[in-house]
Design a protein around this ligand. Structure first.
Ligand code: PMP
Length: 286
């Protein structure tokens, strides 16, 4: 069951007019919220980021936080599976095709749930391969925009190279993955680029940094150069659906000494899994 413009209905019955600006222009934003044991993870943070994205495209939020929380509770109830991932999608609505904002259009609001399939245990043991590519996206990567053509093309480069992710470089600096944030370990220090217009402010990124801080993992948030990436002891990606995943090959070369997941990954992954359990037990929509 999905949610579309005020109604819950089966996916097959859900349709959107062809003049929807999401279809015509990719004029909209989205969110992905993981659900563990039927509880949304870090809900208020996801809703704040949604507000940031909506502000970024100058679209009024069609719902209050409390309304979103209700809709999200309903969609979880209507779908099976303890662990789900929710996809929320808001476009500027249906209007005669014209680049400028329509004077009066009602936003299209769509929500669906899919099973949450986090990476299988073997991948946490072996790690995954990644490649690098130039970051040719626009200047507002902090907006979670549905117009994902650059990300799609960049991610397909990884698929073509039988890799899991494409790590992006802009002006000699690491930005992020095509669909993830990136952390490296260099001189035993966990490093990740700052949250600015060059990257999506990842919810998992925040959790990892909070855990590093709380548990004394030496870390710094600062620009990371291409050479630091290429000579890193460890590389890992973070996202809501992949959680914390070690990258053990970069452009065909082993990462670190032996191309195996390292101690900082192991510690952060353990902390992340423990934190998830704690949040689920606490019964608070977090
Ligand atoms: N950067 C990009 C470009 C993404 O698409 C994503 C989400 N898939 C992330 C980072 C990670 O964000 P989050 O931890 O909130 O899933």
């Amino acid at each position: 069951m999905i949610y579309l413009n005020g109604k819950f209905l089966p996916m097959e019955q859900a349709t959107v007019p062809v003049l929807d600006r999401g279809f015509i222009f990719g004029d909209g934003v989205y969110e992905v919220i993981p659900v563990y044991s039927r509880k949304p993870f870090r809900l208020s943070e996801h809703l704040s980021r949604l507000q940031h994205s909506l502000d970024g495209i100058r679209l009024q939020n069609p719902h209050t936080e409390a309304e979103w929380a209700d809709l999200i509770e309903r969609i979880i109830e209507l779908n099976e599976g303890e662990d789900q991932y929710l996809y929320l999608h808001i476009t500027r609505g249906v209007a005669k095709r014209d680049h400028a904002f329509p004077r009066a259009a009602t936003p299209t609001v769509f929500m669906m749930s899919n099973p949450l399939l986090t990476p299988p245990g073997e991948l946490l043991v072996s790690g995954v391969p990644a490649i690098t590519a130039g970051d040719n996206r626009w200047g507002r990567c902090d907006i979670k925009a549905i117009s994902l053509l650059p990300n799609i093309l960049l991610r397909q480069l990884a698929v073509d190279a039988q890799a899991t992710e494409t790590i992006l470089l802009r002006d000699g600096l690491l930005t992020e993955g095509a669909a993830s944030n990136i952390f490296v370990v260099k001189n035993n220090l966990l490093l990740t680029p700052p949250k600015d217009h060059r990257i999506l402010p990842g919810i998992t990124y925040d959790v990892v940094l909070e855990l590093a801080k709380a548990h004394g993992v030496p870390h710094a948030v600062r620009d990371v150069s291409e050479s630091e990436l290429r000579t890193a002891q460890e590389i890992m990606l973070t996202s809501s659906t992949k959680e914390v995943l070690p990258i053990t090959r970069l452009d065909g070369q082993p990462v670190g000494n032996n191309g195996a997941p390292g101690p900082v990954f192991h510690q952060l992954n353990q902390l992340y899994q423990a934190y998830k359990q704690e949040v689920m037990r606490a019964h608070v929509p977090h």
